[in-house]
Ligand binder design. Structure first.
Ligand code: FPP
Length: 234
């Protein structure tokens, strides 16, 4: 595959953990735990393929509606993986957290802020982790910031353009999103990177996230490379 056929930025909706666990008669958190292992492997598979950035949907603004023990289980997984995320940050990998981390437990929040800050000059690869993230929430926040600036006469509302919003998104320092991969058979975006996905390609796969392999990634990227992206042109 030529370099321009490799997506620069892939978004992963890590779906199907619960069903994967249920099929094995195990609690849902067992599926999330397997899913987190696949998250870690996928980062390396992306790097091997020449992808520059991968964003993972780990916890949405809507996921608080899940039973408290499941929410706690996902938060504990994050705690467990902070060491690995820190190790990645030492390998010239930049970590960007997308979402409002204010409601997260203080220990997780402080670790994440520190990891983001200490990795901000890393250039080899970017890992995005969407946590308490919602695409509508992200755009609403941008609108609020622009409205306050207009009210303070710092900007002229007439000059607000797409770029003004883009600069305020969590992805402002990431390459444009080229591809969204959603395993588990569901075919929707579920409030994930809704602005950024305007011209992204989508690959939906039947595999459940804990079973996602390097070959699945390869086949999604191959499918992407065969798509004819026109960005509204002809
Ligand atoms: C969706 O599957 C998955 C989630 C809501 C959680 C994903 C989180 C992880 C894989 C852990 C992330 C950890 C780190 C370290 C980033 P689902 O539970 O909705 O599956 P189902 O549709 O089969 O019920």
């Amino acid at each position: 595959m030529e370099e321009n056929q490799i997506p620069a930025h892939i978004g992963f909706i890590m779906d199907g953990n619960g069903r994967w666990a249920k099929k094995r008669g195990m609690p849902r958190n067992f599926g999330h735990s397997k899913g987190a292992e696949v998250f870690k492997k996928t980062i390396n598979w992306c790097r091997e393929l020449g992808v520059k950035c991968a964003t993972f949907y780990a916890f949405s603004t809507e996921n608080w509606r899940r039973p408290p023990d499941e929410v706690e289980g996902i938060m504990n997984l994050l705690r467990r993986y902070i060491k690995d995320i820190r190790a990645a940050a030492k390998e010239n990998i930049r970590i960007i957290i997308l979402g409002d981390i204010a409601p997260l437990a203080e220990d997780i929040r402080l670790e994440l802020i520190d990891i983001m800050d200490s990795s901000k000059d890393n250039t080899e690869f970017i890992v995005g982790i969407a946590l308490n993230y919602g695409g509508r929430d992200e755009i609403t926040r941008a609108a609020k910031i622009l409205a306050k600036k207009a009210e303070a006469h710092e900007i002229d509302p007439e000059h607000i353009c797409e770029g003004s919003i883009e600069q305020l998104l969590y992805t402002s320092e990431m390459p444009p999103l080229d591809l969204v991969i959603r395993p588990s058979g569901e075919q929707r975006l579920s409030n994930f990177l809704i602005w950024q996905a305007a011209y992204a390609e989508f690959v939906f796969m039947d595999v459940l996230w804990p079973d996602f392999t390097k070959n699945d990634l390869r086949s999604a990227v191959t499918e992407y490379s065969q798509r004819n992206r026109r960005f509204g042109g002809i």
